[in-house]
Design a protein around this ligand. Structure first.
Ligand code: PGA
Length: 261
């Protein structure tokens, strides 16, 4: 873990109105304002991004969106462009979350186009990959996830690849309370790094790979102790500002221990 700067990203999904987001930002910032050991990101719904831009300005917390169009602009009813996200000070965007793939039919090809567009615009994509329970039980989890990474990233240059963040999120662990064991998380994050090595050589060592799926303040330290797990994408446990701040502090404590601060 010490090789890369850790990332803790909250994914609020379809929760929080503007006033809820503003209140959250005030309490959360108060708790995490002195955390310097890792990158903290809040991925909020589109309507909360502009108010959060004002709340988070010049703070340690970065702003992210949860989806984005592959098109620049035009007649795409209901879509949001990279420029629109940059305009509200987003620096990250989650792409290919399993809920987008499973509930909204996003394909690997569309996700690849979105990743390319986000990078071209200067946003950092957080590409989500993960297998469902059937695939895991068939023993094909690594193969599935490596395939998703290859399909999303194979047309990118090494320079583009080195600006990526990847999140391994087993679908069976999302919102279920079932976390993958830290050994399983490590095995899959290492498999992803092997695929990245095929695509970009030794530069793969620089790409943060996060684990997501029922991460909480109580299990973040164990996950972060694994060598290829560089952080977490956190859904449910990011919705309360004080519990999420606790998770961030527990993660920062691991970093401080590893680097001997
Ligand atoms: P969870 O969600 O932490 O609620 O399991 C993670 C995610 O979907 O990003």
């Amino acid at each position: 873990m010490a090789k890369r700067r850790p990332v803790i990203a909250g994914n609020w999904k379809m929760f929080k109105t503007v006033s809820e987001a503003e209140n959250y930002a005030v309490s959360f910032l108060e708790e995490v304002k002195d955390v310097t050991e890792l990158d903290i990101i809040l991925c909020a719904p589109f309507t909360a991004l502009y108010p959060l831009k004002n709340e988070l300005e010049e703070s340690v917390v970065h702003l992210g969106a949860q989806n984005m169009s592959w098109a620049d602009q035009g007649a795409y009813t209901g879509e949001i462009s990279a420029q629109m996200l940059l305009d509200v000070a987003c620096t990250y965007v989650i792409l290919g979350h399993s809920e987008r793939r499973e509930l909204f039919g996003e394909t690997d090809q569309e996700i690849a186009k979105k990743v390319k567009k986000a990078l071209a615009a200067g946003l950092t994509p957080i590409l989500c990959v993960g297998e469902n329970l059937n695939v895991r039980e068939e023993g094909k989890a690594a193969e599935r996830v490596q395939g998703q990474v290859t399909l999303a990233l194979s047309s990118l240059s090494t320079e583009e690849l080195s600006r990526m963040v990847i999140a391994y999120e087993p679908i069976w662990a999302i919102g279920t309370g079932k976390t993958a064991s830290s050994k399983d998380a490590q095995e899959m994050c290492a498999a992803i790094r092997n695929t990245l090595t095929d695509l970009m050589g030794l530069n793969a060592e620089k790409v943060p790979i996060l684990y997501g799926g029922s991460v909480k303040a109580e299990n973040i330290a164990e996950l972060l102790n694994e060598p290829d797990v560089d952080g977490a994408l956190v859904g449910g446990a990011s919705l309360d500002p004080l519990s999420f701040a606790k998770l961030v502090h527990n993660a920062a404590a691991v970093v401080a221990r590893v680097v001997g601060i």
